[in-house]
Design a protein around this ligand. Structure first.
Ligand code: MN
Ligand code: ZN
Length: 342
């Protein structure tokens, strides 16, 4: 039994917990034996000390699936042996956003692997409400992709998407690709922009109608002919680079919507006139509001195959090598997973 801990920025340790008693579960919790976990950009940010919410030391990881080993008092509907994927969003249930169905922006939000210890660990106890039962036939590696796809589900639920849309996705990294795949389910035309040709080639292979290297071609010019010359009707910012929000307000079509995922703190000088004149809708999107089941449904129906995004799987004990690969050669990776074998 082990846990992958960021002791402090730039220091990754594998903590041997084999002699520690198995934790919990407390009343209302379940004990999960983690089998597979995905490494996310936000784990990398915690490692590099650039996540403003992280406290150290921290067991990271918020994309994980496994088996229930024990259930706490009062838990109904889940039993030992059940296979589950975990929604990392822990909300209070009482505050205003929780009461209106927006637990992902709970005033007392705790995200596993960020504000509280996460899933890069052989065993952990979690609130039973965060465990979503999956079919025992679904591979754990597939189930662990539900959280990243829930990010796409959330932003598209915030903005809406339909077959009348011309979508521009900024960023062909993991999140941009999930948005591409999810938006295509509704029949939208999806254009993907990035500055890396290898990433753009992946987007093209996954069904982007068009890809644009925005370093080679000014994006505003490149998309001006889209949507009968009005520009994209839906723009999703999944690149996290400063300045894209401002550009999006300029190039969006009238009645367009803009969904923002990047957590940049750099101010962006938008012109209110663009927003009012075109009656743009601007939506922030954070984490997900109970949308992992929607992603699992996409996988089970075969409408989305997340296996195409899993580029590498490392044994959990080699987590340092996985982090090193992502730092050294990011374009060779989309989703890197850790396997927690016996
Ligand atoms: Mn993630
Ligand atoms: Zn709350």
């Amino acid at each position: 039994m082990s846990a992958i801990v960021v002791e402090k920025p730039h220091t990754l340790a594998i903590r041997d917990e084999s002699l520690a008693p198995a934790p919990g579960p407390s009343p209302g919790e379940v004990l999960v034996r983690v089998r597979r976990a995905g490494i996310c950009g936000s784990d990398i940010h915690i490692f590099h000390g650039t996540n403003p919410f992280a406290k150290y030391p921290r067991v990271i990881g918020h994309e994980f699936a496994g088996e229930i080993e024990a259930v706490g008092l009062g838990v109904t509907g889940l039993s030992p042996g059940d296979h589950v994927v975990v929604d990392p969003v822990v909300a209070c249930g009482h505050c205003y956003p929780c009461r209106i169905g927006r637990p992902n922006v709970c005033a007392n939000l705790e995200v596993m692997g960020v504000h509280r210890d996460g899933g890069f660990r052989t065993r952990l106890a979690i609130p039973a409400a965060n465990a979503i039962r999956i079919s025992p036939e679904m591979p754990f590696g597939i189930a662990a992709m539900a959280e990243p796809f829930s990010i796409a589900a959330n932003v598209l639920s915030r903005t809406g998407v339909s077959d009348t849309d011309t979508v521009l996705v900024y960023g062909a990294g993991m999140i941009g690709l999930t948005v591409l795949l999810a938006a295509r389910l509704s029949g939208a035309r999806v254009v993907v922009a990035d500055i890396d040709d290898a990433r753009l080639a992946r987007a093209a292979a996954m069904g982007a109608a068009r890809t644009i290297n925005s370093r080679a071609t000014p994006l505003a010019e490149a998309v001006a002919d889209e949507n009968d010359g009005l520009g994209p009707s839906l723009i999703i910012e999944a690149a996290g680079a400063p300045g894209l929000f401002e550009e999006a307000t300029r190039i969006a079509s009238p009645a367009g919507r803009i969904g923002l995922l990047g957590f940049t703190a750099t101010p962006s000088p938008v012109t209110q006139q663009d927003i009012v004149k075109k009656e743009l809708t601007i939506a922030g999107s954070r984490l997900n509001r109970k949308l992992l089941p929607q992603a699992i449904g996409w996988f089970e129906s075969g409408r989305i195959d997340p296996a195409t995004l899993i580029t590498q799987v490392f044994p959990a004990k080699d987590a340092a090598a996985a982090f090193d690969l992502i730092a050294r050669d990011p374009a060779s990776t989309v989703k890197v997973q850790l396997d927690f074998a016996d």
